[in-house]
Ligand binder design. Structure first.
Ligand SMILES: Nc1ncnc2c1ncn2[C@@H]1O[C@H](COP(=O)(O)OP(=O)(O)OP(=O)(O)O)[C@@H](O)[C@H]1O
Ligand SMILES: CC(C)(CO)[C@@H](O)C(=O)[O-]
Ligand code: BAL
Length: 283
């Protein structure tokens, strides 16, 4: 089978209409490119469940709160095509900017509440950019299902809320975080780590796991948080933007692992911002 490379919305809509008319189910995998095994796991899950799979690749300027981050974001279209080839997806949609944000574009989709915490409070405007582009992804592709990674757990909750609130008929499917052998969550921005930064970053998962184990034995979070922050500093990590224990549903701050809970972290290493989260079983 052949994969169609699409750059124009009209072409995307025509394909999608044809598939729907034939009664086929459609999945979309939204990405910003620089693909790795984490993205490919979403593609595999989508292929297993749907007749047609679209991979969306677009470095969305509206979700970057820092111009340097946008300028430095890896863009690897040729390698992305090579990585997707064995997966034989039906379409790779790499829209031109004006297909997403035509001249005069003046609409923002904003999810309140869930976006006040974690990455929302540290990256002003980020989730407005995400919610706006993801509503467009859903509407442009007409997909029945959309696949997202738990690595971006807050994004997943925001996207679910947005789809429900706007009555977009799509099922949002969560896929587990794919990790390196060290436990480091795969991420496109990891490419920007120096060898020394990679060695430090490799320690993050163990810090989270150790913290989760103590919480699972019934300890309260705040004394453990102070120790974990000291350990991160001693291991060479830079600023910890947040290290929080929160409920999975609603992202409320917790002091004990009492309800389905997760640890969330955002930390700088070597000029690169890493995020991660892991579930914590109730004590
Ligand atoms: N390690 C991973 N495991 C599972 N899903 C992932 C992983 N990394 C990214 N994803 C998911 O892939 C989708 C596209 O993410 P994106 O293109 O931003 O990649 P990324 O690796 O998260 O890059 P970055 O965080 O550096 O922007 C998102 O749904 C994201 O949660
Ligand atoms: C969902 C997304 C593709 C929207 O630009 C992006 O936030 C991402 O890659 O996670
Ligand atoms: N994976 C989340 C996209 C971002 O960091 O902008």
């Amino acid at each position: 089978m052949t994969t169609t490379l699409i750059r124009k919305l009209a072409e995307m809509r025509e394909l999608s209409r044809g598939w729907k008319a034939a009664g086929e189910s459609i999945a979309v995998v939204p990405t910003m490119g620089a693909l790795h095994a984490g993205h490919l796991s979403l593609v595999q899950a989508a292929k297993a469940a749907c007749d047609r799979v679209i991979v969306w690749i677009f470095v969305n300027p509206k979700q970057f709160n820092s111009p340097e981050d946008l300028a430095n974001y890896p863009r690897t279209e040729h390698q992305d095509a090579e990585k997707l080839a064995p997966h034989a997806v039906d379409a790779v949609y790499v829209p031109d900017v004006d297909q997403v944000y035509p001249p005069g574009f003046a609409t923002t989709v904003s999810v309140t509440g869930l976006t006040d915490v974690l990455c929302g409070s540290h990256r002003p405007g980020h989730f407005d950019g995400v919610a706006t582009v993801v509503s467009k992804i859903f509407l442009q592709t007409g997909a029945d299902r959309a696949y997202f990674g738990e690595k971006d757990f807050q994004q997943l909750q925001v996207v679910r809320r947005m789809a429900r609130d706007l009555d977009i008929p799509i099922e949002v499917v969560a896929c587990p975080t794919v990790r390196e052998a060290s436990g480091l969550a795969m991420s496109s921005r990891n490419q920007r780590l120096s060898p020394a930064g990679q060695a430090v970053a490799a320690g993050l998962y163990a810090v989270l796991r150790d913290l989760a184990e103590e919480l699972e034995q019934g300890s309260s979070f705040h004394p453990l948080e102070a120790r974990a922050r000291a350990r991160l500093a001693a291991e060479g990590f830079g600023e910890v933007e947040y290290l929080d224990l929160r409920s999975e549903d609603g992202l409320q701050a917790l002091d004990h692992a009492a309800v389905p809970a997760r640890l969330f972290v955002a930390v700088w290493v070597d000029g690169v911002r890493l995020i991660d989260n892991i579930p914590v079983a109730a004590a």
